[in-house]
Ligand binder design. Structure first.
Ligand SMILES: NC(=O)c1ccc[n+]([C@@H]2O[C@H](COP(=O)([O-])OP(=O)(O)OC[C@H]3O[C@@H](n4cnc5c(N)ncnc54)[C@H](OP(=O)(O)O)[C@@H]3O)[C@@H](O)[C@H]2O)c1
Length: 205
């Protein structure tokens, strides 16, 4: 299991390579491509995973990519290891891992960012910090559970509580007028670009 920083991967891999030629390798490093890892380790049995921090409480989700030489039984072993951290899904193309990095890998931080903003707004509007925090946490947990248990799309769920001229309508209109959606999508592209750059900067020979 490779969980070193992308910056130190090459150095760590070169030191370990002579002892691990027969091993099945699993890397969680952001950006570093399996071709680089294969070169450094002199082994083709390499799987990359992009997990996220809810793994700490068994509620993570990981994207997985295996090089062609990884067997079905190797994949089963990887699934068993990853199951301890939550859900996982296999990807067909390695560059999809950069999208996973941008979406779910860095995603918890986006949620925390929105939580911070909602707590700040609540506090400014006269709630105590504790009250605003409690309301924010429960809102994220409740909305996520609702989306999961009903199986409805987020769009449908949102539209259902956005009656024209109402309070939610005012908030969503304000966000749409200010291009929040487009700017948020831009942020994910920035994360994906950074994942690609890490591969270029710290990968290769
Ligand atoms: N945090 C996330 O949510 C997340 C999500 C997806 C992927 N990742 C990836 O996970 C990896 C680890 O991230 P992190 O935030 O957990 O970093 P971290 O806390 O700095 O952990 C890096 C670990 O690597 C060890 N290490 C460094 N150089 C080594 C070497 N030459 N030989 C052996 N061990 C060495 C460090 O040991 P010492 O403490 O002794 O230096 C440390 O335990 C990164 O590649 C990151 O891209 C993280």
């Amino acid at each position: 299991m490779w969980a070193v920083k992308p910056q130190t991967f090459r150095q760590a891999a070169l030191a370990v390579a002579p002892h691990t030629r027969q091993a099945l390798h699993l890397s969680v490093a952001a950006g570093i491509r399996s071709s680089s890892i294969a070169t450094w380790l002199g082994s083709e049995r390499i799987v990359r995973a992009m997990p996220n921090t809810p793994a700490l409480i068994g509620q993570g989700i990981s994207g997985l990519y295996a090089r062609a030489s990884v067997t079905a039984s190797d994949k089963t072993k990887i699934e068993q290891v990853m199951a301890t951290t939550g859900q996982s899904l296999w990807l067909d193309a390695e560059d999809q891992l950069d999208a996973v990095t941008a979406l779910s890998g860095s995603g918890p931080a986006y949620v925390f960012y929105f939580m911070e903003a909602m707590t700040t707004a609540g506090t400014e509007m006269g709630l105590s910090r504790e009250q605003a925090h409690q309301l924010t946490l429960a809102t994220f947990a409740g909305a996520s559970s609702l989306a999961q248990s009903t199986g409805e799309t987020p769009q449908t769920l949102r539209q259902r509580v956005t009656s024209k001229g109402g309070t939610t309508f005012a908030a969503i209109s304000s966000m749409e007028d200010n291009d929040v959606r487009a700017l948020f999508i831009d942020a994910l592209y920035a994360a994906r670009l950074r994942a690609k750059e890490l591969g270029d900067e710290f990968g290769a020979a």
